[in-house]
Design a protein around this ligand. Structure first.
Ligand SMILES: Nc1ncnc2c1ncn2[C@@H]1O[C@H](COP(=O)(O)OP(=O)(O)OP(=O)(O)O)[C@@H](O)[C@H]1O
Length: 230
């Protein structure tokens, strides 16, 4: 969708940003912006820097040069105590962000709500019902993760990322271990979330998804991030 439809400030912008892993410059002079409600793919070969870029956006890696803005936070000035507040504005869906396997779906979600400052039991219950409905798992409150398929577990992870109504959802290979039919289900969930106004930045190697669900594409290549025209 053309960004001029959205008059607001971008939910994410990087300006002349350098992305480092330790002392190694992974991506240099990165500049792009993502606006409310945009869907953006991030592609590039293994080792090209996709995960490093996403980690910088959610402040797992420090931004030493250039500017980065996520919601109202300036990444280059971020203090450690700001990080949890920044992360409330970003939903994160990674393969290695596991669920607690000894807790029900509902308990997994409640854990995150409590950790992010929620205390009213009725409000927590209602929010959990809403996010599970959003990912098509309305009847799974009391299930243990091992009673769910891989795709359903991933949908719980997405529900968990949506609890605090993030402006931006970041997903790193969210369909990586899933077969094509299940990947389609996950894409439909992302589309619903995106249509409701949350911007999505999704790193993927799955080019079938790009063809089936076309959207803006950014590519990491040879130390740069560029708009990629299909
Ligand atoms: N923790 C780390 N410490 C040092 N270097 C790292 C670390 N993680 C990644 N790198 C290096 O940074 C570069 C970019 O890696 P990154 O994981 O961001 O790429 P990627 O595009 O996400 O790859 P993939 O598609 O395999 O996930 C690579 O050269 C990698 O070896």
């Amino acid at each position: 969708m053309p960004t001029e439809l959205f008059s607001n400030e971008p939910v994410l912008s990087l300006t002349n940003a350098d992305i480092y892993q330790g002392t190694k410059l992974v991506l240099g002079d990165v500049s792009f912006a993502i606006h409310k409600g945009e869907f953006v793919y991030l592609i590039g070969r293994t080792g090209s820097g996709k995960s490093s870029l996403l980690k910088t956006i959610y402040a797992d890696l420090f931004l030493p040069n250039g500017q980065g803005h996520v919601a109202d936070f300036a990444l280059e000035k971020l203090r450690p105590k700001d990080v949890p507040y920044l992360r409330r504005k970003i939903g994160i869906v990674f393969q290695d962000f596991q669920l607690f396997f000894d807790r029900t779906v509902e308990e997994n979600l409640k854990f995150v709500l409590k950790a992010t400052g929620w205390s009213d039991k009725t409000k927590m219950k209602n929010r959990i019902t809403e996010v599970l409905m959003q990912v098509g798992l309305s009847n799974s409150h009391k299930k243990m993760p091992h009673q769910l398929s891989g795709g359903e577990q991933q949908r719980v992870v997405i529900a968990r990322a949506m609890l605090n109504e993030p402006l931006l959802l970041i997903a790193d290979e969210p369909t990586g271990n899933l077969d094509p039919a299940v990947s389609d289900q996950i894409m439909h969930v992302f589309q619903n979330i995106n249509n409701a106004g949350t911007a999505i930045l999704m790193a993927t190697h799955n080019y079938d998804l790009l063809r089936k669900y076309p959207a803006r594409v950014l590519r990491c290549e040879e130390g740069k991030v560029e708009e990629y025209k299909q």
